[in-house]
Design a binder for this molecule. Structure first.
Ligand SMILES: [Zn+2]
Length: 397
């Protein structure tokens, strides 16, 4: 019995089947009008012709799944296959900008620099976005680390017994869990061995490994409270910026740069060999954690007087647009756009609330007449609640 591995995006399916079955599968794929391409040796499948016909990424994935499932069904009919399908590399919680980050992206371009919160919010946004970019950059190193039967959760945030904690990346393996605290600092970073503090440009920051240890404590409590057996939880602090110069004691192997991560994980895998969780257990834990994930929301309030109304130009992003002759025209670059108000309304939903009245839409979009607000809201396809003057539209994001 040969074992073949089908790799598709984030999922890997391992199957045991005979060579004739494999031939059947491949002949079906060859003859089907699928957007799949594969390497016959490694059986790594990839999409080709995804833009003809145009398919969104999600549709392409679904299409791939359907093709594979159809092929497998055909093979099963031949009754020659011993199918063992498992998820070997599963991202259960993918990277996603938090509602807080999205609100800041809507808010900051509209916030007057004279607002007392402007500087603080801008700095906070830069830091948060930088951390998010750092977490994404780590994906490459996790992929090249030879880890199998792994479940990943990115940006997991939850509250347990009044403690809210966030784990940048949680790697769940059958023999141990790994918490990775990501820092995307650039320049010289000094880990002081005596104070255990982190110092950059004479500024002191909390030690990232100690931060991760607190998360470890909370995660252990969550697992115990949910009735899962104990499993070792290891912590690493990874610096992801290409221009970071990390100064630390040589013995400190748990504070590292991204490039060292694959070999550190390999070392941990040889240190922790005993399997504690089955694949089913891992999936159960992963689903439980995902269910409890509560992404961070923006906590205002920001004074309304400091937030600019108007439809921002999606082309130059410099200026606001005017509604003239049934289209939006930029006062700066002269670009026109018939649907630029939808972006502005999404801003409104994120900054204030998703419900909007005709009058509020007219004010926020800086529309000349109530009739044009009515026209644009009606055309948007938003769900309506209430009647006449009390009518509100629910802005969908
Ligand atoms: Zn413009």
């Amino acid at each position: 019995m040969d074992s073949f591995r089908l790799c598709m995006d984030n999922f890997t399916f391992c199957m045991d089947f005979t060579r004739p079955c494999l031939d059947i599968l491949l002949s079906i794929l060859d003859n089907s009008d699928s957007s799949l391409d594969y390497d016959p040796l490694s059986l790594d499948f990839s999409h080709t012709r995804v833009d003809n016909p145009p398919l969104s990424n999600l549709n392409a994935q679904l299409f791939t799944f359907k093709t594979i499932c159809l092929s497998l069904t055909c093979i099963l009919l031949y009754n020659e296959i011993n199918l063992r399908m498992e998820v070997a590399y599963l991202i259960l919680l993918p990277h996603a900008k938090s509602p807080e980050l999205l609100t800041l992206e809507s808010l900051l371009p509209r916030l007057s620099p004279r607002s007392p919160q402007f500087q603080e919010l801008s700095d906070y946004y830069e830091r948060t976005l930088s951390g998010y970019i750092g977490e994404i950059s780590l994906d490459y190193y996790l992929r090249i680390a030879s880890i199998h039967e792994v479940i990943l959760l990115h940006g997991l945030r939850m509250t347990h017994e009044n403690n809210t904690f966030q784990i940048d990346t949680l790697v769940m393996l059958p023999s141990f869990f790994l918490i990775i605290e990501v820092k995307n600092f650039r320049g010289e970073v000094i880990m002081d061995p005596h104070s255990l503090q982190m110092i950059r440009d004479d500024e002191v920051f909390p030690n990232p490994l100690l931060q991760a240890d607190v998360q470890k404590l909370h995660l252990g409590n969550v697992l115990a409270a949910a009735g899962f057996p104990p499993i070792p939880i290891y912590t690493l602090a990874v610096f992801t910026h290409k221009k970071v110069l990390l100064r630390k004691a040589a013995a400190e192997t748990d504070i590292l740069v991204s490039q060292v991560l694959p070999q550190r994980i390999a070392q941990l895998q040889s240190d922790y060999r005993k399997k504690r969780y089955s694949r089913t257990d891992l999936l159960q834990v992963g689903r439980m954690l995902k269910k409890r994930h509560t992404p961070k929301q923006f906590r205002g309030p920001v004074e309304r007087q400091h937030i600019q109304n108007g439809v921002r130009c999606p082309s130059c992003k410099e200026s606001f647009m005017n509604w003239q002759r049934r289209t939006w025209r930029c006062t700066h670059c002269k670009a026109t756009d018939r649907s630029a108000h939808l972006i502005a309304l999404a801003d409104y939903a994120r900054i204030f609330q998703p419900e909007i009245t005709n009058q509020d839409a007219r004010t926020f979009l800086r529309l000349p007449t109530s009739a044009s607000a009515y026209h644009l809201l009606k055309k948007s396809g938003y769900q309506k609640i209430g009647q006449n003057r009390g009518r509100k539209y629910i802005i969908t994001l």
